[in-house]
Design a protein around this ligand. Structure first.
Ligand code: AMP
Length: 488
């Protein structure tokens, strides 16, 4: 399949070739022809799938080929793209500018947290294409600095996130200002919860639904690793992991803005070039941090979920969840930044006792293996209790590990599966009965075969008829987690 065969105009094909795009991604293959026909689309696609070009190319083609109906008044925007965050809005705008290199399309990006002056100037001069965050767009509507009555195409990008962020009332107010007749609406969302479907029913015309990745799946090329750790030692463990290869660009997720700042400062003081982005940073600071990270001037970017939403960094090799997200879907969004376009990626989660419940939810959502492995030197003093996956189900193995004493729990444990809480050896609440599956969240969070970077080989789970995912006898010299995984 080529871009030519999708019906795109030469002025777009030329720009795409210059970007190095030679084959459309699956979402582009599906969305572009339908959008060019003028159909409304309900598209299930997350960041990293090429969704920006999937909606961007058809709307640019529309602007480039169908002339504006010229009235007497000032130029009114013809296409509106709504995006949840400033970063995403800026990124979408930048992408659209690059795809429309051979067109003259006046455009603007509009978001809050910056002065109104420049935006007012641009809007006064008139644009065809407007990319905006809902909050600031409402401000402009209230000031009457923008007239949306000429919108021909509306795109809702990351609609699920906009709703999560409480933008539904703003979106409805904006929709009320758009023409209902002859408007095309393209809605892109990673998930389709009920409110999104209602929105679609209310404001779209017989939309075609397309989906590229089944809901909540992650790229198969990503390795998921979980390291149990005491809360108090998380920072040091993070530093240890980062120091293993200090050149690898790593995105680190933290729960709070304050926590991100503290962590970034700690890493910076420890000699790792780090930047932080979160909602309390000014727009300039956020863009600078992102730019520094993309350009490799900093190796680590510490981010909160909202600030990181939609960040587009090609082929990011590693994402570390310093804190697990409270909402399991956010795990999918977070690690969607690695393993793109078939590249391999690593998703590492540091899990203290208070995070165990979130891990269960994530495993349940993904329905995927998670290798849980101790890092020598950072084994929790009190074993993590993983909790019941579901009523009547066994706890994850390792749940009743005795606290290790004497060596601080840090010495490499002997091979043979005896050293670590007797996974699979049939004790306490952590047991699985013969034939039972050890899992977290009803799926397969496997605690069975931790690896250790010291290269010891550990076996011994999967006795008594339990199934674990860890391939037996796998060498853990590479961290123990890269071996083939089996469904649990
Ligand atoms: P998106 O899902 O829109 O955030 O896009 C993810 C990344 O894939 C961006 O860096 C795009 O530049 C890139 N991309 C999008 N479409 C293609 C394509 N057809 N070929 C190669 N790269 C692409």
């Amino acid at each position: 399949m080529s871009f030519e065969s999708l019906g795109l105009a030469p002025f777009l094909l030329r720009a795409l070739a210059e970007q190095g795009y030679d084959t459309p991604t699956p979402i582009q293959e599906q969305a572009i022809p339908l959008a060019l026909e003028g159909r409304d689309l309900l598209a299930g696609a997350q960041t990293g799938t090429g969704k920006t070009a999937a909606f961007g190319l058809p709307l640019l083609q529309h602007l480039g080929t169908s002339p504006q109906v010229v009235g007497n008044g000032p130029r009114k925007p013809r296409v509106l793209v709504l995006a949840p965050t400033r970063e995403l809005a800026t990124q979408v705008h930048d992408s659209l500018r690059s795809y429309s290199k051979y067109l003259r399309i006046p455009s603007a990006v509009i978001y809050g947290g910056v002065g109104m002056g420049n935006q007012l100037d641009v809007l006064r001069r008139g644009v065809d294409l407007l990319v905006a965050c809902p909050g600031r767009l409402i401000d402009h509507l209230e000031r009457r600095s923008i007239d949306l009555s000429g919108i021909e195409i509306l795109v809702l990008d990351e609609a699920d996130r906009m709703l999560d962020m409480g933008f539904l009332p703003s979106i409805k107010r904006i929709l009320a200002k758009l023409p209902r007749q002859n408007r095309q609406t393209l809605l892109f969302s990673a998930t389709f919860a009920e409110p999104i479907k209602e929105l679609a029913l209310e404001f779209m015309r017989n939309p075609v639904q397309i989906q590229v990745t089944p809901k909540n799946t992650v790229a198969e090329t990503i390795t998921h690793r979980v390291h149990p750790v005491d809360t108090a030692r998380k920072r040091d463990l993070l530093l240890h992991l980062l120091a293993e290869d200090s050149r690898v660009q790593t995105l680190v997720f933290a729960k709070t803005k304050h926590g991100s700042d503290k962590l970034a400062l700690f890493l910076e003081k420890s000699g790792i070039k780090t930047a932080a982005i979160h909602g309390n940073k000014s727009q300039g600071q956020r863009l600078r941090a992102l730019g520094d990270f993309k350009a490799g001037r900093v190796t680590v970017l510490v981010a909160t979920d909202i600030a990181a939403r939609g960040i587009d960094i090609n082929e990011l090799p590693k994402v570390i969840n310093y804190d697990l997200p409270m909402v399991a879907e956010d795990y999918v969004h977070r690690i969607g930044r690695t393993g793109r376009n078939g590249a391999t990626g690593e998703a590492i989660s540091l899990v203290a006792q208070e995070d165990a419940k979130y891990l269960r939810q994530i495993v349940r959502l993904l329905g995927k293996d998670m290798d849980i492995s101790d890092v020598p030197g950072f084994v929790p003093q009190t074993p993590i209790r993983w909790g019941n996956s579901a009523p009547g189900k066994a706890e994850v193995a390792g749940g009743e590990r005795p606290p290790r004493r004497g060596n601080g729990g840090n010495a490499p444990r002997p091979a043979g599966g005896r050293g670590r809480g007797h996974e699979g050896s049939g004790r306490g609440r952590g047991d699985a009965q013969p034939g039972q599956r050890r899992s977290a969240g009803g799926a397969s969070a496997h605690a069975g075969q931790p690896g250790s970077p010291r290269g010891e080989r550990r076996e011994g789970a999967a006795r008594s008829g339990q199934r674990t995912s860890a391939p037996r006898g796998r060498s853990s010299g590479n961290g123990g987690n890269r071996g083939p995984r089996t469904a649990g």
